[in-house]
Design a protein around this ligand. Structure first.
Ligand code: SF4
Length: 378
């Protein structure tokens, strides 16, 4: 039998007091939470109150429950964010969902989920905030005469084609607004659900309003299933590239992140397959484990790959000056040292070999127009 003890700080006549509230757990689950990346909730650095779990007989190991994903409506006040990081590649981004059910264990967006009062661990994959008013917010944003059109990134933080999109279709509605205004967008995704919107993307591509970056990290299903549990398979992502480029939608491949000892040896195969499917550009990032991701990834690595966990961990450390995290712009995405340098050189080599170094084209901002106004003249 499990209990959850929630430790809460409450006001009393003697000042703040810490009170334990006991919650019975009646859900049965497996020891390893299949279909989830994180296996526990990390502490939220912004919260005073902490949720802890203790076994009723005070035994250290207990079973964690794995409830179904929950969706919460978030009436956001704003949607389009200015991106301050100079190494991200888009000046503005919008995210219809917060949290991501894909559950990639290395995901850097986990840390930002703490701002919403949740944990970067299981919460991030199980509690998805849905911005149902996102299309209205985008429309309002684009109608503002102060908006000088530049491309906006869809999925700057979380994946806009995660499973929630099949249910809520917020991304679809955002694309419809962009198409109406001739607002260019850059999309990045790990899910074949993007093909639901192929027809609309083709229309936008004819006006040079869209580019798609498909993130592919591995073709080894035994790795993907635990590392990115609710994403589409690697081969399905290649199919996405093929189907989009066959219809004239420009698409590239993102290798993010490359993890030494786990997937970096797949770089050549992934880039070759993407190129054969029609991708014309590529990008990559090198693993870094900032904030709560360090704990989550460490736990995940040793549970899933005990035979090589030490080696992988040390390779990551040696690529970030003895740590596993790095916040320095520019360097943080690439790492440093021998292994990171080798990955960088291989990326350049295969980029050339497979013709993935096409010059970046400019999405067309000149056609932007507000409904009811005249087309911009240049
Ligand atoms: S798909 Fe992207 S946003 Fe979603 S968990 Fe994976 S890395 Fe994070």
């Amino acid at each position: 039998m499990l209990v959850e003890l929630i430790s809460v700080e409450m006001a009393s006549s003697r000042g703040p007091e810490r009170v334990n509230i006991t919650v019975m757990e009646d859900e049965k689950s497996e020891q390893y939470l299949k279909g989830r990346g994180a296996q526990f909730n990390t502490k939220n650095r912004f919260l005073k109150n902490e949720r802890v779990k203790e076994h009723i007989e005070a035994i250290d190991d207990w079973e964690e429950s794995n409830p179904a994903t929950q969706y919460f409506e978030d009436t956001a006040k704003g949607l389009v964010n200015k991106v301050d990081s100079p190494d991200v590649g888009m000046m503005y981004s919008m995210n219809p969902y917060q949290g991501c059910e894909h559950g990639c264990i290395y995901c850097y967006a986990r840390n930002s989920f703490e701002y919403w009062g949740y944990s970067a661990g299981l919460d991030f994959e199980q509690k998805i905030m849905v911005k149902k008013n996102a299309p209205e917010l985008l429309r309002k944003f684009l109608m503002n005469p102060k908006w000088e059109c530049v491309p906006i990134g869809l999925s700057g933080n979380t994946d806009c084609y995660q499973p929630a999109e099949r249910k809520f279709r917020i991304t679809r509605q955002l694309l419809e607004v962009c198409n109406e205004f001739n607002q260019p967008v850059g999309i990045i995704t790990k899910n074949a659900a993007i093909l639901q919107d192929k027809e609309l993307l083709v229309k936008m591509a004819r006006k040079n309003l869209v580019s798609v970056l498909v993130s592919v990290t591995s073709f080894e299903e035994s790795l993907r299933r635990v590392m990115e549990p609710r994403t589409t398979t690697g081969q399905q992502r290649i199919r996405v590239i093929r189907e989009l480029t066959n219809e004239g939608v420009r698409a590239g491949v993102m290798l993010g992140p490359m993890i030494p000892g786990l997937n970096e040896h797949e770089m050549q195969r992934i880039m070759k397959s993407a190129s054969e499917a029609g991708a014309t550009f590529s990008a990559y990032t090198f693993i870094r484990l900032n904030g709560a991701i360090k704990l989550l990834f460490h736990d995940w690595l040793y549970k899933n790959f005990p035979d090589r966990a030490d080696k992988v961990w040390h390779l990551i450390e040696s690529s970030h000056g003895g740590k596993v995290n790095d916040s320095e712009w520019g360097r943080r995405m690439r790492g440093e040292g021998n292994i990171a340098e080798l990955v960088s050189q291989q990326f350049k080599k295969y980029n050339m070999r497979f013709g993935l170094n096409a010059e970046r084209w400019e999405l067309d901002c000149t056609q932007f127009r507000r409904p009811g106004s005249q087309i911009r003249l240049f």
